[in-house]
Design a protein around this ligand. Structure first.
Ligand code: SF4
Ligand code: SF4
Length: 451
């Protein structure tokens, strides 16, 4: 195997030698990879580019070579191949040797960020938005207020038609393109929502940050569906962002601070901590690992052990049969952090298939990433675009009218591409459909349209 890198071509900034080497990764994790290449066809970047260094095997080789001191982290080609990784973890699902790729790339990114803090591709405005606004639901709601006003007044469409939107900075243009029609927020849920009928379980609900600001109806639907299924639902007031936005950008300390705060906030004695966003769920399940060398190690493990995706929890509980028909042809897109990071595939489909009238048809390449991947749209816009269009071709081929997926990033990315294609399709979370069938209101299925 030949590394597509040449350290001699790139001018290197001065760095203390130890920083350019190991990322504190257990070396055995590298050795688990036997270089068989069975993961390559599952890797979105390899599928698009066909280059070895943009495959899981190639990236493991690069990380190991840097750790061994055979390649230099400051080489821009090394960084480019590693930065292009979506951290989608499709390689973990495909690997017969059980390579834990997430436990390699995530600490390695933390190491890269510490070693080369100035090498990021985000502008100051994008960093402000990503790390100081988006992880805070209330700040995001305030930040979205002018955009909501533009949408409600119809001015956004006028600006789009006249081309005036092109005058906005790239990050604001992207945000406008990404956003669905924003709905009114539900305000504040009571701290405890009673179970309907006989209590079958006691749970806490994780609301998330951007998800709660952009798709408040999905959190509300999750709470209502849980109540309908006999759950007493606690909504901890002091909960915050899961920390994924920071951690996946290599910023470990803020991620740990969020994790510590959540461990304290979710102190109730419950059967499960329920989450409806795949990316958050995968992060919450990783708190034991994230906090392993802190005084909260045991608390992190206890927290992680109780985390359940809403679909996983409901199927295990035995869901109440939904009654109202939703006569629609639909597809389900597997969010990477649900199917690969949490191995949850059947349960969301089982819930959708319970809904009278809903016809679920197969989606080709359903487990290939749609290109959302947290902040990937900002850091790697070209690959995000290619993967979004690839997903769109597969979706449009099915003739479906609704796309269901269990992650906020996928909802935004797929919604954006559907609008760009002016496709007459909606995108929604499975729990939206379940609540629609319980309640008899299908308004959730029009959230993709801006007008
Ligand atoms: S990550 Fe797994 S599937 Fe991929 S090359 Fe290594 S051992 Fe093979
Ligand atoms: S995490 Fe995804 S993009 Fe990265 S190497 Fe694995 S399959 Fe490829």
């Amino acid at each position: 195997m030949t590394a597509a890198v040449d350290a001699s071509r790139t001018p290197l900034p001065t760095l203390p030698a130890p920083q350019a080497k190991g990322a504190g990764i257990d070396y055995q994790l590298f050795l688990d990879c036997v270089h068989c290449g069975l993961c390559t066809s599952a890797c979105p970047t390899y599928v698009e580019l066909g280059t070895e260094m943009d495959s899981p095997r190639g990236r493991i080789y690069l990380m190991r070579a840097v750790t061994d001191g055979r390649l230099d982290l400051r080489d821009k080609d090394v960084r480019r191949h590693l930065d292009l990784c979506l951290d989608c973890r499709a390689c973990e699902s495909a690997c017969p040797s059980g390579v834990q790729y997430g436990k390699l790339i995530e600490p390695f990114r933390v190491h890269m960020t510490k070693a080369l803090p100035a090498a990021g591709t985000l502008s100051a405005l994008e960093r402000l938005n990503l790390f100081h606004v988006t992880p805070y639901a209330r700040r995001t709601r305030w930040a979205l207020a002018p955009l909501r006003l533009l949408q409600w007044s119809g001015l956004d469409c006028l600006l789009e038609k006249t081309g005036a939107l092109r005058l906005l900075p790239r990050s604001l243009r992207q945000m406008h393109e990404m956003l669905p029609r924003l709905k009114r927020h539900y305000g504040r849920l009571p701290e405890v929502l009673p179970a309907e009928g006989k209590r079958r379980a006691r749970v806490t609900l994780f609301l998330g940050c951007a998800a709660d600001a952009i798709f408040p109806e999905t959190n509300l639907a999750t709470a209502r569906v849980l109540q309908r299924n006999g759950c007493e639902v606690w909504v901890p007031r002091a909960q915050g962002c899961c920390g994924a936005l920071h951690y996946h950008s290599g910023l470990e300390e803020p991620a740990r601070a969020f994790a510590s705060a959540n461990c304290e906030a979710f102190g109730q004695d419950v059967d499960a901590i329920i989450v409806n966003a795949a990316g958050c769920g995968a992060m919450l399940r990783d708190y034991g690992h994230l906090l392993h060398d802190t005084p909260l190690a045991a608390a992190g493990q206890a927290f992680a052990a109780k985390v359940r995706d809403v679909s996983e929890f409901l199927v295990a509980l035995g869901p109440v049969q939904p009654e109202h028909p939703l006569p629609v042809r639909a597809v389900y897109h597997d969010a990477c952090h649900l199917c690969h990071a949490q191995q949850i595939r059947k349960q969301p489909r089982q819930l959708l298939e319970m809904i009278p009238g809903l016809e679920l048809v197969p989606l080709n390449e359903t487990e290939i990433c749609c290109g959302a991947a947290g902040s990937y749209n900002m850091t790697q816009p070209d690959m995000a675009e290619r993967l979004g269009e690839r997903k769109m071709r597969n979706i449009l081929d099915t003739g479906a009218r609704v796309v269901f997926t269990g992650n906020v990033g996928c909802l935004l990315q797929i919604g954006r591409h559907l609008r760009r294609h002016r496709a007459n399709l909606s995108v929604a979370h499975p729990v939206d459909a379940l609540w629609a069938s319980y309640s008899g209101s299908s308004s959730c299925l029009v959230q993709n349209k801006k007008q």
